[in-house]
Design a binder for this molecule. Structure first.
Ligand code: NDP
Length: 249
């Protein structure tokens, strides 16, 4: 029997597009209460209105740059009371910037990737775990990447951040053995979202070229697997999931 997570509170970072947005739809369909986090508040508010119209679930939006650790630390106590008991934390916000070779890495881009993909997850996890442990229920899902298992030319920093995230997630799972908290690492392959447009800094034709020659994953493909992991019976922990496009090189 799948675990019934209706009325569980789910916080998703990076809910303003791509995987995070698709997850919001899946969790809303499952009857969850949602906390949607990203920098682009207009996107979150429009998503909130659509979700509420379609599924009549409670949705709270938070405009937050996850690199702001002081704000992340305060987030649990700043959520309205009815959204404060976060049961599922999905650390999904993340990005790649540029495709520079090691000798040309831009340090500002590197810091942005490290802070967004790694430091923020460390802080979000710390901020929300205390409540989960107190209530005896919780699930942390980290969206890493195929780049967290393999490394490729032109992706030294991004691959390093995702390897770090994968390792952090594994260690968190070990730390939480003996508690009811589950930890899941999802590693997607190439999926068509705004990810490439961000990576190529707005160059649409370079972004489109990434998906040429094979059918990429969709955001919904990843959302399906996140929902699957979260709805396994409580004694089952999907620790690690690599989800690739079938014909991805
Ligand atoms: P998108 O670019 O579509 O979404 C990224 C999300 O992260 C946006 O909602 C963005 O919101 C948010 N975000 C980025 N920086 C910040 C920040 N500083 N503070 C708060 N939110 C932030 O890409 P995807 O949906 O594809 O990416 C989601 C995750 O999946 C990322 O971690 C990415 O590394 C990973 N991934 C993606 C793959 C792909 O091929 N698409 C493959 C493997 C992993 P906003 O700009 O509004 O803040």
């Amino acid at each position: 029997q799948p675990l019934n997570i209706s009325e569980w509170t789910v916080l998703i970072t990076g809910a303003s597009s791509g995987f995070g947005e698709a997850m919001a739809w899946r969790f809303a369909e499952a009857g969850c209460r949602l906390v949607l986090v990203a920098r682009r508040l207009d996107r979150l508010e429009s998503l909130r209105d659509q979700l509420q119209f379609t599924y009549h679930v409670p949705v709270h939006t938070v405009q937050l740059d996850v690199r702001n650790i002081a704000e992340v630390d305060l987030l649990p106590q700043q959520l309205p009371e009815s959204f404060a008991n976060v049961d599922i934390l999905v650390n999904n916000a993340g990005l790649a910037l540029g495709t520079a070779s090691v000798q040309d890495n831009n340090i500002d881009d590197a810091i942005t990737m490290i802070e967004t993909n790694v430091t923020s997850v460390i802080a979000m996890t710390r901020a929300f775990l205390a409540g989960m442990l107190e209530r005896g229920r919780g699930h942390i899902v980290n969206i890493s990447s195929n780049a967290g298992r393999e490394a490729y030319a032109g992706g030294s920093v991004y691959c390093a951040t995702k390897h770090a995230l994968t390792a952090f997630t594994t260690a968190a799972r070990h730390d939480l053995v003996g508690t009811p908290i589950r930890v899941t690492c999802i590693s997607p392959g190439a999926a068509q979202t705004e990810f490439s447009l961000v990576r190529y800094k707005g160059d649409q034709s370079a972004a489109d070229a990434v998906y040429r020659g094979f059918e990429p994953l969709s955001a919904e493909d990843i959302a399906d697997n996140v929902l699957y992991a979260c709805t396994r019976p409580e004694h089952v922990q999907i620790a690690d999931m690599l989800v690739l496009a079938t014909n991805q090189a």
